[in-house]
Design a protein around this ligand. Sequence first.
Ligand code: 5AD
Length: 352
Amino acid sequence: MNTETYLKSLIDRLEQTRALSREEWASLIRGRTPGLSEYLFERARTIRIRHYGRDIYIRGLIEFTSWCRNDCYYCGLRKSNHGADRYRLTKEEILSCCENGYHLGFRTFVLQGGEDCWYTDEYMEDLISSIRRAWPDCAITLSLGEKSYESYRRFALAGADRYLLRHETFDEAHYRKLHPPRMSAAHRQQCLRDLKELGYQTGTGFMVGSPYQTPENLADDMLFIKNLNPQMVGIGPFIPHHGTPFAGKPAGTLELTLFLLGLIRLMLPRVLLPATTALGTIAPDGRERGILAGANVVMPNLSPVRVREKYLLYDNKLCTGDEAAESLAQLDARMAAVGYRLVTARGDSLNI
Ligand code: 5AD
């Protein structure tokens, strides 16, 4: 059997059994070709349409603080980046983002921010319960980084339904190349287990093409995700930020990101899979191509316009045009052009 035939048989087996070994994952990722990718995307689209039809769920992203106590080597919000222009939104500003979002058709609000102690647990509980009371038909998603079990529990009791926390990379040695010593892969993974235990619909994920990443690292990421069985998986290419230690590192590619989206769709057929902002940033048609590789979620920006340019995780991050929540009609037109449509539903995962 030649290599291409063997790798195609791995894709078929992945579709049938939803699992591969670490060595198989690494060979498939390392040996991918344009032909295999097309074959994979066709299978991924069929599975996505079987479970979700041609619907694309929308999430309104509210980036409410750009302050962060962490110092991740890749992120523009890292505390050592003194060039970053920092801001915090008040409760009133966040509620008015939700109000605006509700009228635009959003039924999920994602509160995302750096790890910012200014927002105490009491502050967050009050904010979450206010959103819960005002929009009882909406899902509240948090993305606030690593917190204690007790904090996660309090936020859930206040009304939060979902939590996004990318594991970033499973392998401890690789994790340490991307983060300062006070952070660890083990702690991040523990947070994810806590979130699942507390009943959150949980999202994890990783950057594609982060510095020093190998196909074996990606194989470990796939095995970890399979084992965690999250409701959502967010992946996007690493893109350098000029004010970080990784400023000169090469960006991850569209091509590998799309291939991994297709693989994740085959491994977890009912998972929620966003075509992320980073994917839209590295290629003008990145999000459409993400949808055509098996993605089924987009997360437009609902933050106040005056702060959007300040939440700069990486250089040239999209925040206007079709990325903006106000331009849902344009985004819908782009998705319609490739055969899909945006829907207003809350879009809960089918595997809760
Ligand atoms: N390039 C791409 N993604 C990044 N993130 C942070 N910095 C970058 C970067 N330079 C991602 C991380 C984080 C999410 C909010 O953004 O994976 O979890």
